[in-house]
Design a protein around this ligand. Structure first.
Ligand code: NAP
Length: 295
Protein backbone atom coordinates (compact mmCIF):
# COMPACT_ATOMS: atom_id res chain seq x y z
CA UNK A 1 0.00 0.00 0.00
CA UNK A 2 1.31 3.34 -0.98
CA UNK A 3 2.00 5.77 1.89
CA UNK A 4 0.39 8.51 -0.20
CA UNK A 5 -2.97 6.78 0.01
CA UNK A 6 -3.19 6.98 3.77
CA UNK A 7 -1.09 9.12 6.01
CA UNK A 8 -1.76 7.48 9.34
CA UNK A 9 -2.62 4.18 11.03
CA UNK A 10 -1.06 0.80 11.10
CA UNK A 11 -0.15 1.25 7.44
CA UNK A 12 1.78 4.39 8.19
CA UNK A 13 3.49 2.50 10.97
CA UNK A 14 4.48 -0.04 8.42
CA UNK A 15 5.86 2.64 6.16
CA UNK A 16 9.47 3.45 5.49
CA UNK A 17 11.10 3.11 2.12
CA UNK A 18 10.85 -0.26 0.43
CA UNK A 19 14.11 -2.11 0.81
CA UNK A 20 15.91 -1.93 -2.57
CA UNK A 21 16.44 -5.68 -2.91
CA UNK A 22 17.59 -7.16 -6.20
CA UNK A 23 14.02 -7.65 -7.43
CA UNK A 24 12.98 -4.11 -6.52
CA UNK A 25 15.23 -2.03 -8.76
CA UNK A 26 12.64 -1.05 -11.35
CA UNK A 27 8.86 -1.22 -11.31
CA UNK A 28 7.89 -3.70 -14.01
CA UNK A 29 4.64 -1.92 -14.69
CA UNK A 30 3.73 1.71 -14.57
CA UNK A 31 0.43 1.85 -12.71
CA UNK A 32 0.55 4.46 -9.97
CA UNK A 33 0.53 3.17 -6.42
CA UNK A 34 2.10 -0.12 -7.37
CA UNK A 35 5.19 -1.62 -5.83
CA UNK A 36 8.33 -2.75 -7.51
CA UNK A 37 7.14 -6.31 -8.01
CA UNK A 38 3.75 -7.36 -9.33
CA UNK A 39 1.29 -8.85 -6.91
CA UNK A 40 0.35 -12.38 -7.91
CA UNK A 41 -2.82 -14.25 -7.16
CA UNK A 42 -2.18 -17.91 -6.29
CA UNK A 43 -5.74 -18.96 -5.48
CA UNK A 44 -8.46 -19.59 -6.66
CA UNK A 45 -6.62 -19.39 -9.96
CA UNK A 46 -3.19 -18.02 -10.83
CA UNK A 47 -3.13 -14.38 -12.00
CA UNK A 48 0.23 -12.87 -12.87
CA UNK A 49 -0.55 -9.23 -12.06
CA UNK A 50 -3.37 -8.88 -9.58
CA UNK A 51 -4.91 -5.56 -8.56
CA UNK A 52 -5.92 -5.72 -4.88
CA UNK A 53 -8.20 -2.68 -5.15
CA UNK A 54 -10.28 -4.35 -7.86
CA UNK A 55 -10.21 -7.75 -6.19
CA UNK A 56 -11.35 -6.70 -2.71
CA UNK A 57 -13.96 -4.35 -4.17
CA UNK A 58 -15.48 -7.11 -6.27
CA UNK A 59 -15.93 -9.56 -3.38
CA UNK A 60 -19.48 -10.42 -2.36
CA UNK A 61 -20.29 -9.24 1.19
CA UNK A 62 -23.99 -9.66 1.80
CA UNK A 63 -25.36 -7.57 4.67
CA UNK A 64 -28.37 -9.30 6.23
CA UNK A 65 -30.00 -8.05 9.41
CA UNK A 66 -26.60 -6.82 10.50
CA UNK A 67 -23.55 -5.46 8.64
CA UNK A 68 -20.99 -7.83 7.15
CA UNK A 69 -17.96 -7.90 9.46
CA UNK A 70 -14.47 -8.43 8.18
CA UNK A 71 -11.11 -8.12 9.87
CA UNK A 72 -7.71 -7.27 8.49
CA UNK A 73 -4.73 -8.33 10.56
CA UNK A 74 -1.07 -9.09 10.06
CA UNK A 75 1.04 -11.76 11.76
CA UNK A 76 4.57 -13.06 11.48
CA UNK A 77 5.18 -16.57 10.13
CA UNK A 78 5.12 -17.83 13.74
CA UNK A 79 1.87 -16.04 14.56
CA UNK A 80 3.01 -12.85 16.32
CA UNK A 81 0.59 -9.94 15.91
CA UNK A 82 3.15 -7.35 17.03
CA UNK A 83 6.76 -6.76 16.16
CA UNK A 84 9.57 -6.69 18.71
CA UNK A 85 8.65 -3.10 19.65
CA UNK A 86 5.10 -4.18 20.56
CA UNK A 87 3.34 -2.67 17.54
CA UNK A 88 2.41 -4.05 14.14
CA UNK A 89 4.59 -1.58 12.20
CA UNK A 90 7.67 -3.74 11.77
CA UNK A 91 5.64 -6.57 10.26
CA UNK A 92 4.42 -4.58 7.25
CA UNK A 93 5.83 -3.52 3.93
CA UNK A 94 4.78 -1.75 0.72
CA UNK A 95 2.65 -4.63 -0.59
CA UNK A 96 0.89 -4.90 2.74
CA UNK A 97 0.12 -1.19 2.65
CA UNK A 98 -1.55 -1.59 -0.73
CA UNK A 99 -3.70 -4.47 0.46
CA UNK A 100 -4.49 -2.58 3.67
CA UNK A 101 -5.75 0.40 1.66
CA UNK A 102 -7.65 -1.84 -0.76
CA UNK A 103 -9.49 -3.52 2.10
CA UNK A 104 -10.26 -0.15 3.70
CA UNK A 105 -11.70 0.86 0.38
CA UNK A 106 -14.66 -1.50 0.82
CA UNK A 107 -15.57 -0.52 4.39
CA UNK A 108 -18.37 1.80 5.43
CA UNK A 109 -16.95 1.84 8.93
CA UNK A 110 -13.43 1.04 10.09
CA UNK A 111 -13.56 -0.11 13.69
CA UNK A 112 -10.66 -0.48 16.13
CA UNK A 113 -10.20 -0.92 19.84
CA UNK A 114 -8.89 1.92 21.96
CA UNK A 115 -5.60 0.05 22.43
CA UNK A 116 -4.90 0.03 18.70
CA UNK A 117 -6.05 3.60 18.08
CA UNK A 118 -3.63 4.78 20.76
CA UNK A 119 -0.71 2.43 20.03
CA UNK A 120 -0.84 3.11 16.29
CA UNK A 121 -1.79 6.79 16.63
CA UNK A 122 -4.71 6.50 14.26
CA UNK A 123 -5.60 9.45 12.10
CA UNK A 124 -8.47 10.00 9.66
CA UNK A 125 -8.85 7.74 6.65
CA UNK A 126 -7.60 9.31 3.42
CA UNK A 127 -8.40 7.09 0.45
CA UNK A 128 -6.85 7.79 -2.92
CA UNK A 129 -8.89 9.68 -5.51
CA UNK A 130 -9.47 6.45 -7.44
CA UNK A 131 -10.77 4.68 -4.34
CA UNK A 132 -12.98 7.67 -3.46
CA UNK A 133 -14.49 7.63 -6.95
CA UNK A 134 -15.09 3.88 -6.80
CA UNK A 135 -16.73 4.21 -3.40
CA UNK A 136 -19.06 6.97 -4.59
CA UNK A 137 -19.95 4.91 -7.68
CA UNK A 138 -20.91 2.02 -5.38
CA UNK A 139 -23.12 4.33 -3.32
CA UNK A 140 -20.74 4.50 -0.36
CA UNK A 141 -19.47 7.65 1.31
CA UNK A 142 -16.18 8.81 -0.19
CA UNK A 143 -14.40 8.14 3.08
CA UNK A 144 -15.11 5.43 5.66
CA UNK A 145 -16.02 6.50 9.20
CA UNK A 146 -13.68 5.40 11.94
CA UNK A 147 -15.19 3.93 15.11
CA UNK A 148 -13.21 3.50 18.31
CA UNK A 149 -14.36 0.93 20.86
CA UNK A 150 -13.80 1.85 24.50
CA UNK A 151 -15.48 1.35 27.85
CA UNK A 152 -12.91 3.29 29.90
CA UNK A 153 -12.85 6.26 27.48
CA UNK A 154 -9.22 6.95 28.33
CA UNK A 155 -8.57 8.00 24.74
CA UNK A 156 -7.82 11.71 24.55
CA UNK A 157 -10.01 14.09 22.50
CA UNK A 158 -6.67 15.58 21.39
CA UNK A 159 -5.71 12.41 19.56
CA UNK A 160 -4.95 12.84 15.89
CA UNK A 161 -8.00 10.82 14.88
CA UNK A 162 -10.22 13.55 16.34
CA UNK A 163 -7.99 16.55 15.74
CA UNK A 164 -7.56 15.92 12.03
CA UNK A 165 -11.04 14.56 11.26
CA UNK A 166 -12.93 16.15 8.42
CA UNK A 167 -16.51 17.29 9.13
CA UNK A 168 -17.93 14.82 6.60
CA UNK A 169 -16.33 11.82 8.35
CA UNK A 170 -16.77 12.52 12.03
CA UNK A 171 -15.18 9.80 14.15
CA UNK A 172 -17.43 7.53 16.20
CA UNK A 173 -16.88 6.25 19.72
CA UNK A 174 -18.67 3.05 20.70
CA UNK A 175 -18.88 2.92 24.46
CA UNK A 176 -21.06 1.82 27.38
CA UNK A 177 -23.76 3.30 29.56
CA UNK A 178 -21.45 3.08 32.61
CA UNK A 179 -18.76 5.21 30.95
CA UNK A 180 -17.44 8.20 32.86
CA UNK A 181 -19.82 11.11 32.06
CA UNK A 182 -17.05 13.74 32.00
CA UNK A 183 -14.94 11.77 29.52
CA UNK A 184 -18.00 11.07 27.47
CA UNK A 185 -18.88 14.77 27.32
CA UNK A 186 -15.33 15.66 26.28
CA UNK A 187 -15.32 13.08 23.50
CA UNK A 188 -18.78 14.13 22.33
CA UNK A 189 -17.20 17.48 21.38
CA UNK A 190 -15.04 15.76 18.76
CA UNK A 191 -16.91 12.56 17.92
CA UNK A 192 -20.30 10.90 17.64
CA UNK A 193 -20.57 8.87 20.86
CA UNK A 194 -22.93 5.89 21.11
CA UNK A 195 -23.58 3.44 23.90
CA UNK A 196 -23.85 -0.23 23.00
CA UNK A 197 -23.84 -2.04 26.32
CA UNK A 198 -23.93 -1.58 30.10
CA UNK A 199 -20.31 -2.12 31.12
CA UNK A 200 -18.87 -3.78 27.98
CA UNK A 201 -19.67 -3.07 24.36
CA UNK A 202 -22.09 -5.75 23.28
CA UNK A 203 -21.17 -6.66 19.71
CA UNK A 204 -24.63 -7.30 18.25
CA UNK A 205 -25.75 -3.96 19.74
CA UNK A 206 -22.66 -2.21 18.41
CA UNK A 207 -23.33 -3.53 14.91
CA UNK A 208 -26.97 -2.47 15.17
CA UNK A 209 -25.81 1.05 16.10
CA UNK A 210 -23.44 1.17 13.13
CA UNK A 211 -26.20 -0.03 10.81
CA UNK A 212 -29.01 2.15 12.16
CA UNK A 213 -27.09 5.36 12.92
CA UNK A 214 -24.45 5.28 10.21
CA UNK A 215 -26.07 3.10 7.56
CA UNK A 216 -23.13 0.68 7.65
CA UNK A 217 -23.37 -2.45 5.55
CA UNK A 218 -19.70 -3.41 5.73
CA UNK A 219 -17.73 -3.01 8.95
CA UNK A 220 -13.98 -3.57 8.88
CA UNK A 221 -12.28 -4.32 12.20
CA UNK A 222 -8.58 -3.53 12.18
CA UNK A 223 -7.95 -4.96 15.61
CA UNK A 224 -6.42 -5.17 17.94
CA UNK A 225 -6.31 -8.73 19.13
CA UNK A 226 -8.69 -8.10 22.07
CA UNK A 227 -11.34 -6.54 19.85
CA UNK A 228 -11.02 -9.27 17.21
CA UNK A 229 -11.38 -11.92 19.94
CA UNK A 230 -14.62 -10.30 21.10
CA UNK A 231 -16.07 -10.46 17.60
CA UNK A 232 -14.91 -14.06 17.15
CA UNK A 233 -16.39 -15.07 20.51
CA UNK A 234 -19.70 -13.48 19.51
CA UNK A 235 -19.67 -15.46 16.25
CA UNK A 236 -19.79 -12.23 14.23
CA UNK A 237 -16.60 -12.29 12.19
CA UNK A 238 -17.63 -13.18 8.65
CA UNK A 239 -14.34 -12.66 6.87
CA UNK A 240 -10.73 -12.70 7.97
CA UNK A 241 -8.08 -11.06 5.83
CA UNK A 242 -4.78 -12.24 7.24
CA UNK A 243 -1.40 -11.04 6.05
CA UNK A 244 1.46 -13.40 6.80
CA UNK A 245 4.67 -11.40 7.05
CA UNK A 246 7.93 -13.14 6.13
CA UNK A 247 9.52 -12.81 9.56
CA UNK A 248 9.99 -14.89 12.70
CA UNK A 249 9.39 -13.11 16.00
CA UNK A 250 9.01 -15.54 18.90
CA UNK A 251 8.63 -13.54 22.16
CA UNK A 252 5.44 -12.75 24.02
CA UNK A 253 3.44 -11.11 21.21
CA UNK A 254 -0.32 -11.73 21.12
CA UNK A 255 -2.04 -13.70 18.38
CA UNK A 256 -4.24 -11.76 15.95
CA UNK A 257 -7.24 -12.87 18.00
CA UNK A 258 -6.43 -12.96 21.67
CA UNK A 259 -9.11 -13.56 24.27
CA UNK A 260 -11.52 -16.11 25.71
CA UNK A 261 -12.43 -18.88 23.30
CA UNK A 262 -15.96 -19.20 21.92
CA UNK A 263 -17.90 -22.41 22.66
CA UNK A 264 -17.08 -23.71 19.17
CA UNK A 265 -14.60 -22.86 16.43
CA UNK A 266 -16.08 -21.19 13.33
CA UNK A 267 -15.23 -22.99 10.09
CA UNK A 268 -13.62 -20.73 7.49
CA UNK A 269 -13.20 -21.30 3.76
CA UNK A 270 -10.16 -20.07 1.88
CA UNK A 271 -11.36 -17.53 -0.69
CA UNK A 272 -8.16 -15.99 -2.06
CA UNK A 273 -4.38 -16.01 -1.78
CA UNK A 274 -2.24 -13.16 -3.06
CA UNK A 275 1.51 -12.87 -2.72
CA UNK A 276 4.21 -10.26 -3.14
CA UNK A 277 7.68 -9.86 -1.64
CA UNK A 278 7.32 -13.00 0.47
CA UNK A 279 4.06 -11.78 2.03
CA UNK A 280 0.90 -13.86 1.81
CA UNK A 281 -2.47 -12.13 1.74
CA UNK A 282 -5.09 -14.67 2.76
CA UNK A 283 -8.80 -14.08 2.55
CA UNK A 284 -10.99 -16.47 4.52
CA UNK A 285 -14.78 -16.33 4.66
CA UNK A 286 -16.86 -18.05 7.35
CA UNK A 287 -18.66 -21.07 5.89
CA UNK A 288 -21.90 -19.91 7.49
CA UNK A 289 -21.39 -16.21 6.65
CA UNK A 290 -24.48 -14.34 5.56
CA UNK A 291 -26.73 -16.36 7.84
CA UNK A 292 -26.58 -13.69 10.55
CA UNK A 293 -24.47 -15.85 12.89
CA UNK A 294 -24.25 -14.54 16.43
CA UNK A 295 -26.63 -11.64 16.02
N1 NAP B 1 -1.15 -7.43 13.89
C1 NAP B 1 -2.09 -6.57 13.59
O1 NAP B 1 -2.63 -6.56 12.48
C2 NAP B 1 -2.52 -5.56 14.63
C3 NAP B 1 -3.67 -4.79 14.39
C4 NAP B 1 -4.07 -3.89 15.36
C5 NAP B 1 -3.34 -3.74 16.52
N2 NAP B 1 -2.22 -4.49 16.70
C6 NAP B 1 -1.45 -4.33 17.95
O2 NAP B 1 -2.21 -4.82 19.03
C7 NAP B 1 -1.87 -4.10 20.19
C8 NAP B 1 -3.13 -3.64 20.90
O3 NAP B 1 -3.83 -4.79 21.28
P1 NAP B 1 -5.14 -4.77 22.19
O4 NAP B 1 -5.71 -6.14 22.10
O5 NAP B 1 -4.85 -4.20 23.49
O6 NAP B 1 -5.96 -3.67 21.43
P2 NAP B 1 -7.43 -3.33 21.04
O7 NAP B 1 -8.29 -4.52 20.83
O8 NAP B 1 -7.28 -2.37 19.93
O9 NAP B 1 -7.91 -2.51 22.31
C9 NAP B 1 -8.40 -3.09 23.47
C10 NAP B 1 -9.32 -2.07 24.09
O10 NAP B 1 -10.45 -1.87 23.25
C11 NAP B 1 -11.60 -1.66 24.05
N3 NAP B 1 -12.52 -2.78 23.88
C12 NAP B 1 -12.35 -3.89 23.14
N4 NAP B 1 -13.44 -4.66 23.22
C13 NAP B 1 -14.33 -4.01 24.02
C14 NAP B 1 -15.66 -4.28 24.47
N5 NAP B 1 -16.34 -5.38 24.11
N6 NAP B 1 -16.24 -3.36 25.29
C15 NAP B 1 -15.60 -2.24 25.66
N7 NAP B 1 -14.35 -1.93 25.25
C16 NAP B 1 -13.73 -2.81 24.44
C17 NAP B 1 -11.11 -1.57 25.49
O11 NAP B 1 -10.77 -0.20 25.66
P3 NAP B 1 -10.85 0.56 27.06
O12 NAP B 1 -9.77 -0.06 27.89
O13 NAP B 1 -10.59 1.98 26.71
O14 NAP B 1 -12.18 0.32 27.65
C18 NAP B 1 -9.87 -2.45 25.44
O15 NAP B 1 -8.96 -2.19 26.50
C19 NAP B 1 -0.99 -2.96 19.77
O16 NAP B 1 0.33 -3.30 20.08
C20 NAP B 1 -1.16 -2.90 18.28
O17 NAP B 1 -0.02 -2.45 17.64
C21 NAP B 1 -1.81 -5.41 15.80
Amino acid sequence: MNCGWISWDRAARRSGPPSPGPDRVAPPHGRPGYGATPMRQLWPEPVADADPVELYASDHRPAGDRPWVLANMIASVDGAATDLTGRSGGLGGPADKRVFAAIRGVADVVMAGAGTVTAEDYGPSRPSEAVRRARLARGQAAVPRIAVVSAALSISPDQRLFREASPDARPVVLTVEAADPERRRALAEVAEVHSAGETRVDWPRALAVLRDRLGARVVLCEGGPTTIAGLVAAGLLDEMCLTVAPTLQTGAAPRVSDGPAPPAARAMALARVLTEDGYLFLRYVARDAGTGGGS
